[in-house]
Design a protein around this ligand. Structure first.
Ligand code: GLN
Length: 444
């Protein structure tokens, strides 16, 4: 059913870069056998999952939406993929993204843009736009994305589905191609809170292969149906100011009213560090990206065919396969880390990051979680907004705080503006994934 649906819709939406039909059918047959024998059956046995194409899949092409990796077939599975296989899930395809996850509209992909299923002239968001569009259009019931600065939550909001950025370290990054490693987290996308939780449970937990992996089980279990009465929900002023679409603001405040009726206490508060979130994020993310991308030195990845001019040629030839946005970020990041700039920019940004963590930790002493919009407005039109760097930057300010602090954040659908879905965001302190999903389910 899902393969047929992909065959029908993918030519127009372009959510998938690779669909390994034969492998998927084999995995489905193996799942059928497991179910028939009643052996090792889990909630995900036989369930198709789409995987963002910056997550390594053994023997299945993993391009990061780059020309440079057009022929990269990993020799190992990312830990999340290995865990899904153990659970009996079916890998139905590799989804489109901005090249190396650098972008907000799935428009910087060597394999073409991904279109929003609700409006084909608009972006599905990014960088996990392929994963969000696949779930929203019913081409896969579940998907994995990666979120460095909002790349799961913003496309989930634009496509009218659920998306979770877990606590930093909760889900293993082993086998995720790095963009900005101190921010990157893999997380689930799904069309309901329950589905989202099941996928999250299957991929989360300690992994010795990821040195930043968290021990313990915080946020991974618990009950989704427990009452939310008595919880304090913070509404941070900075997330409701200028630049926010008025219709969207109304819808998020309507969520707050529903939560209040269910017995939550609403707390108004201020998070002054948020004003600097987007600038701090981009500076640090570009700096880290310039270091992550140093691995594409012509030795292990990319084509060597044109590289017969010695070592310089070997190093430059594969880099011709990188898109302009990626090159721009490598150059800016290298600049921020250069002598002189390092003190003036990079160190300052690290200080703001530390302050922001304190600012949020203080907020979580006066409330249990925070409710905000996920984005400033519904999905951008390709023609205009997606090319407007300033508009893109403004949108990031709602999502990047959770990456700078490492705390978990969830986007869930909170209605429509005309025909376009919009999302609300819940954020909480480390290890509150279950709580965030539970509260959102009390609304949705
Ligand atoms: N839009 C942000 C960026 O371009 C976030 C991307 C992401 O989360 N991968 O860096």
């Amino acid at each position: 059913y899902y393969l047929d649906r992909i065959a029908k819709l993918n030519p127009e939406l372009n959510a998938f870069i690779t669909v390994p039909r034969a492998e998927a059918l084999q995995m489905a047959a193996a799942a059928d056998r497991r179910i028939a024998a009643q052996e090792n059956v889990s909630a995900l046995t036989g369930i198709p999952v789409a995987i963002k194409d910056n997550i390594c899949t053994k023997g299945i092409r993993t391009t990061c939406a780059s020309r440079l990796l057009a022929d990269f077939y990993p020799i190992y599975d990312a830990t999340v993929v290995a865990r899904l296989k153990e659970a009996g899930a079916v890998l139905i395809g590799k989804t489109n993204l901005d090249e190396f996850a650098m972008g907000s509209a799935t428009q910087y992909s060597f394999y073409g843009v991904t279109r929003n299923p609700w409006d084909r002239d608009r972006s599905a968001g990014g960088s996990s736009g392929g994963s969000a569009a696949a779930v929203a259009a019913g081409m896969a019931p579940l998907a994995l994305g990666s979120d460095t600065g909002g790349s799961i939550r913003q496309p989930a909001a634009f496509c009218g589905i659920w998306g979770l950025k877990p606590t930093y370290g909760r889900v293993s990054r082993y086998g995720l191609v790095p963009y900005a490693p101190s921010f990157d987290q893999i997380g689930p996308l799904a069309s309901s809170g329950r589905d989202l939780f099941l996928l999250f449970q299957a991929i989360a937990g300690y992994d010795s292969l990821d040195p930043t992996s968290l021990p313990g089980q915080a946020g991974m279990d618990g009950e989704l149906s427990r009452s939310i009465r008595g919880l304090r929900v913070g509404l941070p002023r900075e997330f409701f100011g200028a630049g926010l679409d008025t219709g969207l603001k109304e819808r998020v405040l309507a969520v707050a009213r529903v939560l209040a009726e269910a017995g939550c206490e609403l707390v108004e508060l201020s998070l002054p560090s948020v004003a600097y979130a987007a600038a701090t994020y981009y500076l640090l993310a570009y700096a880290e990206a310039s270091s992550s991308m140093a691995r594409y030195d012509g030795v292990r990845f990319g084509s060597r065919e044109e590289a017969d001019q010695g070592i310089a040629g070997m190093m430059t030839a594969p880099r011709q396969g990188l898109g302009l946005e990626v090159k721009r970020r490598i150059l800016l990041g290298t600049y921020f880390l250069s002598p002189g700039c390092y003190e003036e920019y990079y160190r300052q940004a690290q200080k703001v990051r530390a302050w922001m963590k304190q600012d949020f930790a203080a907020a979580y002493r006066c409330c249990d979680l925070l409710l905000t919009p996920t984005t400033a407005a519904p999905a951008f039109r390709f023609a205009e907004e997606a090319r407007d760097e300033r508009a893109l930057l403004l949108t990031e300010q709602y999502t990047v705080a959770a990456n700078l602090t490492g705390f978990p954040a969830l986007s869930f659908p909170c209605g429509r503006i005309n025909h376009l879905p919009v999302g609300a965001q819940l954020m909480g302190p480390a290890g509150t994934e279950t709580l965030l999903i539970r509260v959102a389910m009390a609304y949705a």
